[in-house]
Design a binder for this molecule. Structure first.
Ligand SMILES: [Zn+2]
Ligand SMILES: [Zn+2]
Length: 350
């Protein structure tokens, strides 16, 4: 594609790595709202600034130079003028926000990571990355998402945390819950190779949900929590019924964070038999939704993976990555859709 005309204070990013995540699979299936097809997918990417027009500053006021390795907040045009931005202070619910690779279409320019270059429009928030591209992308979009969920979970030092799901968000939630001070993290998920990744990430015990019904899962959680349930449960599954189970597996007066329902997977089933009295009110639960990520989550993520000590779990996780060339994007999508890989990266230079 021809190089775009650069607006004042914009830049071109030479992509080193982008990724294929669950959201890309749902994009392909047409299950997200407000998406201007056709588009270039890939909402979180790492690369080097290959061309800057005008001035690009980081959050500390330092000027970016051509050649700097950066990632950028995939959310653009958060308005800081609407009711959600200014009154609710919930910028991820700003109606004016646009997301690279999701709600920016081809008509908006080179706005996705599955490409050699991304056009960073004026106002795009770049974040300096001292880590290598692979270490950051070992977390990828799941890292700021999980960081937001762990923040919403307000994990206290010594808490027992339960993570439902062992996809990228679940695995990142395990790493970050431990960093946040959890005594131990339990994980329920499937299949076995993903549970092994959860163990590698630091889970103290894992359970395969395909081999244990809901009753057996509850018994297992109670065994590991002195009969009370987890202090904090993070749901990262994509299965509506897991939301109800998250409540049941959490101790009375505990906290539940729902982050695995970014796509509309429909209502809970009748078998889930959600009982508002028993499952929620009487348990005195604090149930919190967690939608998207903001600049702070990306910034903290970039800082953690750029730190020589704190980055260790993500550096170790590089062995779990599956790399694909641009021409293999469909193959990568199929692998993510079937769950046969843990994390698929797109390498446009591969
Ligand atoms: Zn994603
Ligand atoms: Zn706004």
């Amino acid at each position: 594609m021809a190089e775009p005309e650069l607006d004042q204070d914009s830049a071109l990013l030479a992509v080193e790595l982008s990724e294929v995540c669950g959201t890309d699979v749902y994009l392909q299936q047409g299950r997200l709202q407000g998406v201007p097809y056709p588009l270039v997918p890939g909402h979180v990417s790492v690369g080097r600034l290959s061309k800057i027009r005008g001035t690009l500053l980081d959050v500390e006021g330092r000027e970016f130079r051509e050649g700097d390795r950066v990632t950028f907040l995939d959310v653009h045009r958060t308005c800081n003028a609407c009711w959600y931005c200014l009154v609710a202070k919930a910028t991820t619910r700003c109606p004016n926000r646009k997301v690279y690779g999701i709600t920016y279409g081809l008509d908006d320019g080179l706005c996705g990571g599955w490409a050699e270059q991304i056009y960073l429009k004026p106002g795009t928030r770049c974040i300096r990355l001292d880590a290598d591209a692979e270490t950051f992308m070992a977390g990828g979009c799941a890292l700021p998402t999980a960081l937001h969920a762990v923040e919403r979970g307000e994990i206290a030092i010594g808490d027992t945390v339960l993570v439902l799901g062992c996809g990228p968000v679940g695995v990142n939630a395990i790493m970050l819950a431990l960093m946040r001070g959890a005594l131990k993290v339990l994980c329920i998920g499937a299949p076995a190779f993903r549970l092994a990744a959860a163990t590698q990430a630091g889970a103290a015990a894992v359970l395969n949900f395909e081999e244990h019904d809901e009753h057996a899962r509850l018994e297992w959680v109670l065994e590991h929590t002195s009969g009370r349930g987890a202090e904090v449960t993070i749901e990262a599954t994509g299965a509506p019924d897991a939301v109800v189970q998250a409540m049941r597996f959490t101790r009375d007066a505990g906290r539940v964070v729902i982050v695995g329902q970014y796509t509309d997977h429909g209502p809970v089933s009748t078998e889930a038999a959600f009982n508002p009295h028993l499952d929620l009110n009487k348990k005195h639960l604090d149930v919190r939704g967690c939608w998207g990520s903001d600049f702070s989550h990306f910034y903290r993520s970039a800082r953690i993976v750029s730190d020589p000590v704190r980055s260790a779990p993500w550096a170790a996780f590089r062995t779990q990555l599956s790399r694909y060339k641009l021409a293999q994007a469909n193959e990568a999508l199929a692998a993510v859709a079937s769950g046969s890989v843990l994390k698929a990266l797109i390498d446009p230079n591969g």
